[in-house]
Design a protein around this ligand. Sequence first.
Ligand SMILES: Cc1cc2nc3c(=O)[nH]c(=O)nc-3n(C[C@H](O)[C@H](O)[C@H](O)COP(=O)(O)OP(=O)(O)OC[C@H]3O[C@@H](n4cnc5c(N)ncnc54)[C@H](O)[C@@H]3O)c2cc1C
Length: 506
Amino acid sequence: MQNEKRIVIIGAGVAGLSAGIYAEQHGFHAILLEKNPSVGGMCTGWYRKGFYLDGCVHWLTGTKEGTFLNEMWKNVDAFRTQDDILYLPSWGTFEYEGQKVILWRDLDRAEKEWKEISPVDSKMIHKFFKMVKDFTKVELPLDLPLSMIPLNRKIGLGMKVLSVWPSYLKTMFISCEEFAAKFKSPAIRFALTKAQIGEGNLFSMIYSYATVVMGDGGIPVGASKPMVERMKEKFIALGGTLKLNANVDSVIIDNGVAKGVKLINGEEYQADYVVSCLDTNYTLKRLLRDQYKFPAFQKRFDDPVRHQAPSCMLMHFSVKKNNNLPIPYTFECEPFNVAGNDINHLTIRSYAYDETFTRGDKTVLSVMVDQSNVDYPYWRKLSKNRAMYLKIKQEIAEEVKSRILKKLPDIGELETLDVSTPYTFNHYVNTSNGVYMSFLFSKRDAMFAHSGLLRGLKNFYLSGQWLQGPGGLPIAMTQGKFAIQRICKKEKLSFVFSPVPQKKKA
Ligand SMILES: Cc1cc2nc3c(=O)[nH]c(=O)nc-3n(C[C@H](O)[C@H](O)[C@H](O)COP(=O)(O)OP(=O)(O)OC[C@H]3O[C@@H](n4cnc5c(N)ncnc54)[C@H](O)[C@@H]3O)c2cc1C
């Protein structure tokens, strides 16, 4: 398949790489422009003191063979075979006042154990696991934008959803915190509010757990970096042009039509279409000079208290390899302060399960301390004083270390390897307010999804994780694909990598 049209794609994160691959596969010439010296955006890994550190994938929805997402991940070479995927036995271990609550992938085992922990909660526990089981029955349609799903598939999907509708309905308008309050056991309440952000709705939490239960939430060997490097190789092998260190300054617009982009160094790239695969706010405000409006997004973006989006401090330590440590492992700790918030629990993740991270008898241990878009002004201000910024990062890492050592005195020496903050994410990929995913799906905030088209601007497509809450890697990858599907539709081209191919129109 060959056509003469050029597509300039801004940003070589997962969305940009996916858009580039799908564009090349449909005969366009894709030029992928990335401001950093390497691809991947937030899906990345790096080296410190000889250790390989991972900055992203904790679980990847779409690792189960036979699903649409699995087919798409393989098409973009995120992984090539099922042998490239590792599975953990649980979605997490949560310890509170000495009692361990485990979200096993084996639901019968989990339900039995939870009932032993708190017989008085048996009825609620059964309800919870029944909902998780129901969620495993429906695969959400991520292969096509909603507007392009044919009617017969919409009806089929509707029927499936109807069969589990009571479970869906019960989870959409209740937060994890509210649901947890219905349990008597403090340890179960702890698990239900810490598995994901407590204010998020139960739907998101159960959806994620069900994904892992179904075997659809594995981790590619080596996690993020090898995954995006494979995508890069595929893009280049298909004939795509990748320009690294290419920092886009603005979109060239002529009479309401996008014609290409201009880099900060003055270089210009002409194109028939422009697809922006980076932070939506940055695209609107900076690259489009605030000339085009996207009210549904702006309304959310301007009210971070109501519309939260997650960020974090991400710390990496080296530690003696211990295969008995639960992964991940969340426990309460003596409170410490981060950006004005009291942090009273830690989630640690040992990478002992993957040899890629082993060095001698040691491996890497990471800790994510929750932050959100609301906390960003603190980090931005702090970053202006470099010495103070480094000092505070180091102090927080010491606070974290001391709490891990108190909880696990036999863990051995912990050496700090790296500390990232919301400011790091902003600095690295231009993500507004330092967030790493799109808006939280909460009972106050319905799931957000957008076509990526801006009124008054032709041949320009927004893409990336921001276009569909709550974001994440599968959304980034599918949004990259959707942008090309929309361009194919405009060009009257068949989209062959869809499981339900569109016929070329006369
Ligand atoms: C600690 C952490 C853990 C995570 N864990 C998971 C997980 O387990 N599972 C999951 O699904 N998701 C996870 N995520 C979220 C996931 O990383 C993101 O959802 C995804 O990477 C977003 O991809 P994207 O392509 O939409 O955006 P980005 O990754 O932000 O890519 C945008 C790209 O555009 C580039 N760019 C920006 N401005 C310009 C410019 N002016 N010119 C040129 N290029 C530019 C950036 O450098 C970047 O490469 C995690 C994220 C973090 C930080």
